[in-house]
Each structure stands twice: as C-alpha cells, then as structure tokens.
Design a binder for this molecule. Structure first.
Ligand code: ATP
Ligand code: MG
Length: 393
C-alpha cells in the first residue's frame, strides 16, 4: 500500500467568497463520483485543497480522470514522510537525484507552527544539502525543479511537479442550461465550454426522420459519450420535428424557411427548459458562419425568446473551434457524414437580413402552436452516462 497522495488545487473557486464551501463540497462529490471505480481511495476534503490517498491504486489511471473534472486547477503527486527534518532532507535529496533538471528551488510552507524550524531555515538547510550532494544549482526565479515542502502536523508533504486540470468551476454550481445539440463541429465544443464553467447541461436535438437517418441519433449519442467524461450523466431530449418542418417550408418559402424554423426550435426548447429548471438556452452559433448567424438573423430569431441564449462560440474562429473539437475528442465524430434537419431542405437563398413584419406575417398563416404542442407531447428522452462506456476512456 502506497503512502502517496494527490493534492488537488481548485480552479477558480478562490474567487467565490461565501459560496466557497458549497463549491468545495460539490467538487469533492464530483471527484469521488469520477473515481468511484478505484475502491481503495480515501479523501480529505479541506478548505484549501482536496487530498486523495492513493492506497492501492495507480496514479496514472487516476490522473487521466482528474484531468477531466471541471473545477480542478491542477494537481500534484505528493510523497509524505514523518514530520522531522532528517526524513524531509532524505526525500528531497532523492527527488533531486532522480531529476534531470539543472536548477532547483526549495519552497517551504509551514502549516504546523509548532515545527521547530522556520520556513527560511528549512529552505536554506535543504538547499545547502542539495548543493553539496548534487550538481544542481539554485535558481530562485525560474527553477527547473521546484521542490515544495508542506509541513503539516505529524507529516511533511513533498512534491515537485504539477499537472494542469480543466480549470473552471465544479459541475452545476452555475445552474442548468439546455443546449441545442446538432451533429456538427460547433455545438459539442460549445457544450464543453458551458460544462467547464460549472453549468450543468441538458441537451435537445431536433430530428427529422426519414429525411435524417438513425445514424444522426447514433452520432449524437457518441458525441454525448465523449462529453460525459466531463459531466458524468447528460440528459438528451429528441424532438420529432418532421411534420412541423414540412409545414414551415410550406408556409415560409425558401428565403425565410431557416429563420422561421429556428424560431420554432427556440420556442420548443424554451418550453422544455422552463419545465426542467434550465435558466438559459445555449447553442454552437458563431457570428457570421451561415445566413442564420448574422447579427440581424440572430436578433430576429431570438426575438421570440423570453429566456437568455448563451453562445460560447459567438466570436471564435472556425479553425480554433476545430482545434478545440480535436482536443476534447469530438472532432472525429462530428465529421462523420450526416444530414441535419437544417440542411435537408435545399434552401439556396436563405435571408441574412430577416424583417420582423415578414416573420409575423408568415407565422400568422398557420397554427404553429399546435405543432409546438405535438412536438413537446412526443418528445423522447434518455440519459447518456459515463458508466455505459467507462472502459473506452
Ligand atoms: P456546424 O456549423 O459545424 O455544421 P453546428 O452545430 O454549428 O455545426 P449549424 O447549422 O451552424 O450547426 O447550427 C447552429 C446551431 O444551431 C448549432 O450549433 C446548434 O446549437 C443548433 N442546431 C442546429 N441544428 C440542430 C438540431 N438538429 N438540433 C438541435 N440543435 C441544432
Ligand atoms: Mg455552426
């Protein structure tokens, strides 16, 4: 059984004033949930850090999962030794000897104020030892090997490397949003960004069979499996949109079809969001990408909404979105060929500048409330969880 432990540092928790206890509790629960398959782990959840005792488990396996927990700033593998200077010196010397670095710095934090040496004394004493026993030199500004010593009652913690976490906030501390999820590249990246900011997501997908095939749903599920590494369970609503969409095209004509269709998507999404306590909608829209994403289009489409709409990618370039999709693991799934309900009706002249009076005129031609009602009545939902595919990641 190993004596090692993992010191977990918080992401942006420190900026959260009175809410900090709630944040730490949430992060502790998220970490435990993410690591629940490692049966021998034990935890100390404290106000400055979370400590995970590795016991019989593998650090590398645990690290792989910790990297995907929102709210973790960074984490370090810590060796602990008895709280006496001799043991601390021995451990520091062994860290220095096994390193290929050329420069070092000792950084001591004395939490146990009863320890008989001050931090400065410890720093100087250990630096002297390393200078005499190794070829390492001191660099106080930019050391290749920073050796941290934390003196706690009964134990001294020693670590020299730290691994970057996702940052952001723990899952759900910022409330809940309903994300409009297509099978494209953008919306899964937008979803990731929302999750990272501590927003719990539910997702809604508009499906138009038989124009869109079952492959689209499989694709959506696969995208959510990737995202469930970051939020362990995601609810997916699937809206049967075919009949409604056919009618939209019948009444709207080609240039306004997309505008009206997106307004209807938002109305349905808003109703679902309200019913399930989601405070805002979110999407993968990015300014200027397509006709429905000009400022004029977005303003005309959003006009029907009584709820905020968050667009995390509004100002992000497509190339940067693609890079992010690759790094979170959604890109290869997103580029599988598929038909989206937005693209199946071949609209060659979508307006980039829709006028509200024209929109109102079109919407007054048919009883769209009935179709909204039918879509909501027939909505299906399912949960995509990390459990289903633990082995893959
Ligand atoms: P890409 O632009 O890479 O094709 P996308 O997901 O951005 O993918 P767009 O056609 O640009 O697709 O749609 C803009 C946004 O509208 C999407 O990011 C998504 O939030 C939402 N959206 C589009 N189609 C659907 C759909 N079938 N179901 C749910 N939301 C959708
Ligand atoms: Mg897009």
């Amino acid at each position: 059984m190993s004596n090692d432990l993992i010191l977990v540092r918080f992401g942006e928790l420190s900026t959260k004033g009175k809410n900090i206890n709630m944040f730490i509790k949430r992060l502790g629960q998220d970490i435990k949930e993410k690591l629940h398959t490692f049966k021998t782990l034990t935890y100390d959840i404290e106000h400055d850090h979370i400590y995970i005792h590795i016991n019989d488990e593998s650090f590398d396996q645990i690290a792989k999962r910790l990297k995907n927990v929102p709210g973790i700033g960074s984490f370090s593998l810590v060796k602990y030794v008895a709280e006496d200077l001799e043991s601390i010196k021995n451990e520091c010397l062994s860290v220095a000897k096994s390193s290929s670095a050329k420069t070092f710095k000792i950084i001591t934090k004395r939490i146990d104020k009863l320890f008989p040496f001050h931090s400065d004394e410890i720093n100087r004493s250990i630096a002297g030892l390393l200078l005499s026993q190794t070829k390492l030199k001191v660099d106080v500004h930019n050391p290749e090997l920073p050796i941290h010593i934390m003196i706690r009652p009964g134990k001294a913690y020693i670590y020299s490397t730290s691994i970057k976490g996702m940052g952001g906030y723990p899952c759900g501390v910022g409330g809940k949003s309903l994300m409009l999820l297509s099978g494209g590249i953008d919306s899964p990246v937008a979803a990731f960004q929302m999750i990272k900011r501590g927003i719990r997501l539910e997702c809604i997908h508009f499906s138009a069979p038989p124009y869109t095939s079952e492959n689209v749903i499989i694709k959506i599920r696969d995208l959510l499996k990737v995202l469930s590494q970051y939020q362990t369970s995601i609810k997916l609503y699937i809206v049967p949109f075919t009949e409604f969409q056919e009618n939209i095209y019948k009444y709207a004509g080609t240039s306004y079809a997309i505008t009206i269709m997106r307004r209807m998507m938002l109305r349905i999404s808003e109703a679902i969001a309200h019913h399930h306590n989601c405070l805002v909608l979110s999407s993968g829209e990015s300014i200027g990408q397509v006709a429905s994403q000009t400022l004029k289009s977005m303003a005309a489409i959003e006009e029907c909404l009584n709820m905020p709409m968050i667009r995390p990618l509004a100002t992000v370039d497509k190339n940067d979105i693609i890079e992010q999709a690759k790094s979170i693991g959604t890109y290869e799934i997103s580029i599988r060929p598929y038909e989206d309900c937005c693209t199946i009706f071949d609209v060659k002249d979508p307006t980039t500048c829709p006028h509200l009076d024209k929109i109102i005129e079109i919407e007054s031609k048919f009883d769209y409330q009935k179709y909204i009602h039918d879509c909501i009545e027939n909505i299906k939902y399912e949960y995509i969880t990390l459990e289903d595919q633990e082995e893959e990641f």
